[in-house]
Design a protein around this ligand. Structure first.
Ligand code: MSP
Length: 511
């Protein structure tokens, strides 16, 4: 059985509507998935929703509805976002699905039987208003912040997972496996965390306090809490416990934000898997945050950008382009509408959009709406071909290294190169001359522009799938499933029909 390329996103909390940060992670993962498919891999791409927990239970109580109703509504919203963004996921997991509950209970039972889970008293500070445990670290100037209301010391019986015994193994694993975490500097955060002794992980909540969770198979008075439920989604969807599992597991990439690397993904998850005797995922691809006024964009700060507004106004591909062009994977990036507009207007509408409409316009007027034959190769043609060959050499390595912002920079420099070529050749001037050499140069220039455009959008496809397909259609190029042969300059479009002049990136109505 051949192994698939298995890639996952984090599963989003069902405690609010999706924002730009959620949308970004899906776009990023989708680009990797689409690129790997073009490279010939059989891809399984998973995303989903994390539905259990205190916050969901509380918002359902406030609304006076069962928690599943809140989750169903949010599942529609998050899945709607995936559709609006043309995310090519093959599966969507919800942690309330039976397939998931079965796997969570199965692994909990296995770990319990192996003695990896034990029951003990937990002593801590509890915020009655927030219904959560808080630690001394949360104190400001020695006092609990007002949002916690009354904080009382309580003792609660819970179940714990033995983490501490795996600490040395984990440190060795991370040190010897340098490729595990991308970007590599994030490994240092993990090792830093592991310098302190690990406490065992509290994995349960008594039902009297939290009902909305997956019941422990060995004690029906408790549900499992947060990470044991959420992280397990990755193996549930890979078919844990069935023949399918070996085909998908280990995951090639877990794509996550930097806030959930340490400790959940880099500490709890590897230890859970090790304790179960399951192979570790191969890599974590850790992206940074979209910021709003310098702070992480999140529901709690209130300053969120609704991706659907931008998609509705500018199209999914413009949104995908912007977030990919602006974010250096691993770093943070401040969102600004001005920057969005400036990228939209200058890169998309001016450079790319005008190039396409110029070519179609001239094709309609001078060459019967067909891609003519390139008959001569002089300095301008040599120059644009040399630019392509330099660009092409860089693109696949940049994609393989998640340097998508740079790849887009190179592609759009090439698009500017095509525009410069058009200015140099000035086909609109050549068209005024009857001289055979000018007519040959006219045909050559339109053929060259069409071929260069075809090439420019080959690796734009994973980032802007719809626009790339559309441009291919307009210059008479076929869509493709594999990159094989696609990046070579050839006369592939000769005689193909050019489309009608069209505006790919309309100027938005002022709002
Ligand atoms: N439910 C957990 C993840 C469980 S994975 C087994 C969770 N959910 S979340 O909704 O808070 O975040 C989902 C993903 O979105 C995370 O990877 C998180 O880092 C990412 N983002 C949330 N806000 C973000 C930004 N402002 N910017 C970029 N991504 C961020 O954590």
């Amino acid at each position: 059985m051949s192994k698939k390329f298995y890639i996952t996103t984090a599963i989003d909390y069902a405690n609010g509507s999706p924002h730009l940060g959620h949308a970004y992670e899906k776009v990023l993962t989708d680009i990797v998935a689409r690129f790997r498919r073009l490279m010939g891999d059989e891809v399984k791409f998973l995303t989903g929703l994390d539905e259990h927990g205190q916050k969901v239970q509380m918002s359902a109580q406030k609304e006076g509805v069962p928690p599943i109703d809140v989750c169903d509504r949010l599942a529609i919203e998050f899945q709607g976002l995936c559709q609006a963004l043309h995310i090519s996921n093959d599966d969507y997991i919800r942690t309330t699905q039976q397939r998931h509950k079965d796997v969570v209970q199965d692994i909990l039972q296995k770990l319990y039987d192996k003695g990896e889970i034990y029951k003990a008293d937990y002593n801590g500070f509890y915020s009655v208003r927030q219904e959560q445990f808080v630690t001394e670290k949360e104190k400001v100037d020695g006092h609990w912040p007002a949002i916690y209301g009354d904080v009382v010391e309580v003792t609660e019986t819970n179940y714990f997972f033995k983490l501490a015994q795996y600490q040395d193994w984990l440190i060795r694993t991370i040190k010897t496996n340098e490729q595990m975490i991308y970007p590599r500097f994030r490994s240092a955060d993990v090792l830093q965390f592991l310098k302190e002794p690990l406490n065992d992980l509290c994995i349960s909540r008594p039902k009297e306090r939290l009902e909305w969770g997956i019941e422990l198979p060995f004690d029906s008075d408790f549900v499992t809490y947060v990470w044991f439920d959420a992280l397990t989604n990755y193996i549930t969807a890979a078919g844990y416990g069935t023949d399918e599992f070996d085909k998908h597991w280990p995951a090639d990439y877990h794509v996550i934000g930097k806030d959930i690397l340490v400790p959940p993904h880099a500490v709890y998850w590897p230890i859970m898997l090790k304790a179960l005797g399951i192979e570790l995922p191969k890599h974590f691809l850790v992206h940074g945050w979209w910021l709003s006024s310098g702070a992480k964009m999140s529901k709690s700060t209130g300053e969120v950008v609704n991706p659907l507004d931008l998609i509705e106004q500018f199209g999914a591909d413009a949104f995908r382009y912007f977030v990919t062009r602006e974010m250096n994977v691993g770093q943070d990036s401040e969102f600004s509408l001005d920057l969005f507009m400036s990228r939209y207007n200058s890169d998309l509408a001016n450079d790319l959009g005008n190039l396409v409409s110029r070519l179609l316009n001239m094709g309609g007027r001078y060459t019967d709406g067909k891609v003519p034959t390139a008959e001569v190769e002089e300095a301008p043609e040599k120059e644009i071909k040399a630019l392509w060959s330099a660009t092409e050499q860089e693109l696949i390595p940049l994609f393989e290294d998640f340097q998508f912002h740079k790849a887009l920079d190179r592609i759009f420099s090439f698009v500017s190169g095509i525009n410069r070529y058009a200015e140099t050749r000035a086909p609109w001037k050549l068209a005024k001359s009857e001289a055979p050499e000018d007519q040959a140069a006219l045909r050559t220039s339109l053929a060259t522009m069409a071929e260069a455009l075809r090439l420019a959008v080959v690796l734009l496809t994973p980032v802007m799938p719809q626009i790339s397909d559309k441009i291919r259609g307009l210059v008479g190029a076929d869509n493709f499933d594999s990159l094989e042969g696609q990046l070579q300059w050839g006369n592939t479009l000769e005689g193909k029909a050019l489309g009608e002049k069209t505006i790919l990136f309309p100027r938005p109505e002022p709002k």
